[in-house]
Design a protein around this ligand. Structure first.
Ligand code: AMP
Length: 504
């Protein structure tokens, strides 16, 4: 059984054993440590679990998360990352949906310790010291599931996107060939591991013998901390959403003069606004800046384009790029016919990066995945067109949105709002700015009763309750209380009408 990712990491542990793989200051682990500790944990997991079921790995931007991922893979288990900032109810839902055989909890596990075996941080620290050798007889390879990432689902239940070893290998071989990466670079590691953007720094860094440099949530939430830390990180490769770079560019010192090592920017997850790319090119004229595009279901990203001044001069809305060599793009109209160059329709991705579907969810899998000329294909729900071989984005065909790069189904928020006793009906809509970016989430709410007949109190009550079941970035900023919600001819809440209302 071949796993080139595990092999390559082993190679680095022999060639550059003392290189730090994840920079945590004095307590950092080297490649040699990564190899040894993941081996020890894998040996334990092999002994303990005689199956191929998924293992939840729970925590933050922490080297131990990566040791755990590798141990899972070596012992034949796909991993299921859950970020430590996930509310308890959502962790519970993912636990139930995922059927995990074990949980590695590197932060305090928020649920009762019943059900699967929980390996807590103290046990973890002991296990990685034991210097045991796994047989590697079950190592994840071929069509085995490498990881499962849970994303927002329309019904309020997260969907587990299953990515196989082959899916990931297709992505990694493209990344290591086409993104100007060199051996031993320092990569920004900011996206939580539960967001597939993190895969864009994690594996390219490990495959090129590089160092991941963590940026924790608390840093992103404080300008002084963020602006003060970036120069000390001595980064070479920046991987983030466009939203994060937009924040960084607020600092006049975010320039190539002040950050001379920063030479490669990679963006994914949401639209890269023209103004942001122009500002970045002005500040870093010698850096290479990639815009990339792709849904979690097609393994992180499948198109890319270096953004040059020429591209900026010739496009108001930036292209998403050319599709990677082993993948095809098809643009379909509503009737399912293939459109020609320049015509706008739904973007369909066909190729080896396409997921095998949502875990334990045949209905949703069938809606989105199909075979196209014998190859795995995925309906993205994105509208787009192809011109001169470049893909262009034209917005969503459904009610999925991006907020700071995070994927949200508006129906997911409605569902959790309506779970609150005081609410009769709710519909959340996005307000866009002129760069096609969501600026605000607005909840239209029909209340059974207001808290103390007071709007402010009710809003604060709703926000607090919502935070118990959805990610913090899913909580609407504005609430409009109404007696009824508008309905479509079919009697469903007319979200399109409300979206038009707030974007007039
Ligand atoms: P996720 O699964 O979280 O990666 O989200 C995938 C969705 O994000 C895509 O289907 C698009 O709607 C959006 N997206 C990702 N990259 C880009 C991009 N470069 N420009 C515009 N939208 C993007």
């Amino acid at each position: 059984m071949v796993n080139n990712i595990v092999e390559k990491i082993k190679d680095w542990s022999e060639k550059t054993p003392n290189t730090i793989f994840f920079d945590e200051g004095d307590t950092s682990f080297s490649y040699s440590d990564l190899e040894k500790t993941s081996h020890s944990l894998a040996a334990y997991l092999e002994e303990k679990f005689d199956n191929k079921d998924g293992i939840i790995v729970y925590g933050g931007q922490d080297s131990r998360m990566i040791i755990s991922f590798l141990a899972c893979i070596k012992s034949g288990h796909g991993y299921i990352p859950i970020d430590a900032h996930t509310p308890k109810e959502r962790v519970q839902m993912i636990l139930e949906e995922s059927n995990a055989t074990c949980v590695i909890a590197l932060d305090e596990w928020p649920l009762e310790k019943v059900g699967p075996k929980i390996i807590e941080r103290t046990d973890f620290n002991q296990l990685i010291e034991e210097e045991k050798q796994p047989t590697l007889g079950n190592i994840v390879s071929g069509e085995d599931i490498f990881y499962t990432i849970f994303t927002s689902g329309t019904t309020g239940k997260p969907k587990g996107v299953q990515i196989t070893y082959s899916n990931l290998e297709s992505f990694c071989s493209w990344m290591t060939k086409e993104f100007s990466l060199k051996h031993g670079q320092r990569f920004l590691c900011q996206a939580p591991f539960s967001f597939d953007l993190s895969v864009m720094d994690l594996y390219p860094a490990l495959l090129t013998g590089g160092t991941l440099v963590p940026m924790e949530k608390k840093m992103v939430e404080s300008f002084p901390l963020l602006f003060g830390s970036i120069p000390k990180m001595a980064l070479n490769v920046w991987v983030s959403t466009p939203s994060l770079i937009e924040i960084c560019l607020l600092n006049p010192d975010f320039t190539s003069e002040k950050l001379p090592t920063l030479e490669n920017f990679q963006f994914c997850g949401e639209e890269l606004p023209h103004v942001v790319a122009q500002k970045l090119i002005d500040r870093f004229p010698n850096a290479v800046i990639y815009n990339t595009y792709g849904p979690t279901e097609a393994t992180v990203a499948i198109t890319s384009v270096p953004i040059t001044q020429n591209i900026l001069d010739n496009n108001d809305r930036l292209p998403l790029g050319r599709v990677k060599e082993d993948t095809r793009l098809i643009i379909l109209n509503e009737e399912g016919s293939v459109l020609s160059e320049g015509e706008v329709g739904e973007i369909i991705i066909v190729g080896p990066g396409i997921s095998v579907g949502y875990f334990n969810n045949p209905e949703k899998t069938e809606e989105a995945f199909f075979l196209y000329e014998g190859e795995a294909a995925y309906r993205t729900g994105d509208a787009g067109l192809i011109k001169d071989g470049l893909l262009y984005y034209k917005g969503r065909l459904d009610f999925q949105i991006k907020w700071h790069g995070y994927r949200i189904e508006l129906g997911d928020i409605d569902h959790h709002l309506m779970m609150i006793d005081e609410i009769r009906n709710a519909c959340v809509v996005p307000k866009y700015n002129k760069n096609h970016k969501v600026q605000q989430l607005i909840a239209y709410v029909v209340c059974k009763k207001m808290i103390n007949d007071d709007e402010k109190e009710t809003i604060s009550y709703l926000k607090t309750h919502l935070l118990e079941s959805v990610m913090d970035y899913m909580v609407p900023q504005r609430y409009i209380f109404v007696d009824t919600l508008p309905l479509t001819a079919n009697g469903k809440v007319d979200r399109k009408f409300l979206i038009n209302e707030v974007n007039k």
